[in-house]
Design a protein around this ligand. Structure first.
Ligand code: SF4
Length: 386
């Protein structure tokens, strides 16, 4: 990583261009004992592909871990500025009482978890919280409601549209997660200024029925399609530690990689088992599986923001650094929807320790590291200009 205090911006770019060129010459994965992991000769790392073969993704996932991290870090630098991490704040605007049976969730009315059902919050406390989040450095404000869908909640939906308008007007990115969405509702959210909509696939298609039965995998894909068609960024990822196997984590990434466009955001949650849910006795997922999932997603969907979401509190600072090295470039700071998050001052220390910097609002794939490198003068041009 480049120490920004030692080098001026142009020197930084020069060094980065040179190091990238060297990395390319060396081939990012020459020492993989299992041989080349990309069986398709016409593709190279960093290509944006929607025709991924599940076996190829499996081979990437199963590489020796440090080779995988190195390869993911190389792809990360093609599209993102290393060390830049997006800070998001999450707020539960309607808690508990949900009709769905997601077996990990404390907000489902089917389980005795102690979470009480609340009403949709009024506009004012939400706006106040968004202002606090902005003042603390967050650039994205995400609002979650524990609902199966938005249907039949006209007054509530209108209030959420007002929240989106106000928070967008504050210069923040706005994200919501409100359950299943029709195309008309997606368009209304887009018109209000919504940046992104979160709707996770959670796991592979095969393992999904072990976790949720009250709505199907295709229901989820349909909502994602409505969001995409409305011109809203898609945030869709999964939860690790549901009892799934490696193949299911690969299956999750594979499903998302084959969408007409990759999700702009891929959140990786580590299950925090909640008493009273069917998964209360699950063993927490090993951090190396989290790192493998992040690194594989980075390689398969190079432009996406990869987000460390719920469960981050279980990981040490060094383990989180490994996640950042593997291509993660967003975190939730503060509370999660149903589990403890990491306090903002702890994150400030984490950023200081590892030399990380918060991303600006709307600093995403349109403002990529790759574009900046290409826009920067080449070493030859710099010599001519000198
Ligand atoms: S995850 Fe969402 S849809 Fe599922 S039970 Fe919890 S609040 Fe309801």
């Amino acid at each position: 990583m480049i120490n920004k205090h030692l080098f001026k911006p142009r020197q930084q770019f020069k060094i980065l261009v040179q190091s990238r060129s060297l990395a390319t010459q060396l081939n990012p994965h020459p020492f993989t004992p299992n041989g080349p992991v990309n069986s398709s000769k016409e593709h190279k790392d960093g290509d944006i592909r929607n025709d991924w073969n599940r076996n190829d993704i499996q081979a990437i996932y199963q590489q020796p871990l440090l080779e995988l991290v190195y390869r993911a870090a190389s792809v990360h630098r093609m599209y993102h500025e290393p060390g830049k991490v997006q800070l998001c704040t999450l707020m539960n605007i309607k808690t508990g009482g949900c009709s769905e049976d997601c077996s990990y969730c404390s907000q489902s009315s089917r389980y005795s978890t102690g979470t009480e059902a609340g009403k949709l919050l009024a506009l004012d406390p939400v706006i106040q919280e968004a202002k606090r989040a902005k003042n603390a450095g967050s650039t994205r404000f995400c609002m979650g409601a524990a609902w199966r869908d938005v249907g039949g909640r006209k007054r509530g939906f209108d209030r959420i549209l007002a929240m989106v308008r106000e928070i967008k007007g504050m210069g923040m990115e706005v994200c919501t997660t409100l359950g299943m969405l029709s195309s008309e509702q997606a368009i209304a959210l887009k018109d209000a200024g919504l940046t992104a909509y979160n709707h996770n696939l959670d796991t592979s298609r095969e393992y999904y029925p072990e976790v949720i039965t009250s709505r199907s995998y295709d229901d989820r894909l349909s909502t994602i399609s409505n969001v995409r068609d409305a011109g809203i960024s898609v945030c869709s990822g999964g939860i690790l530690g549901l009892g799934e196997q490696q193949d299911d984590r690969v299956g999750l990434i594979w499903e998302l990689s084959r969408l007409p466009e990759h999700p702009e955001s891929f959140p990786v949650n580590a299950l925090v088992p909640i008493k009273g849910t069917p998964l209360e006795n699950n063993t927490p997922v090993a951090v190396e599986e989290v790192v493998r999932t992040i690194a594989t997603a980075r390689i398969v969907m190079p432009k996406s923001i990869v987000r460390i979401a719920a469960g981050r509190k279980m990981f040490t600072d060094a383990e989180q650094a490994m996640c950042f090295m593997s291509g993660a470039n967003a975190i939730f700071s503060g509370y999660m929807l149903t589990t403890d998050g990491v306090e903002k001052d702890q994150d400030a220390e984490l950023f200081e320790k590892w030399g990380l910097q918060p991303m600006r609002p709307y600093e995403n794939v349109e403002d990529t590291y790759e574009n900046k490198i290409q826009a920067a003068p080449s070493p030859l041009q710099q010599t001519q200009q000198a």
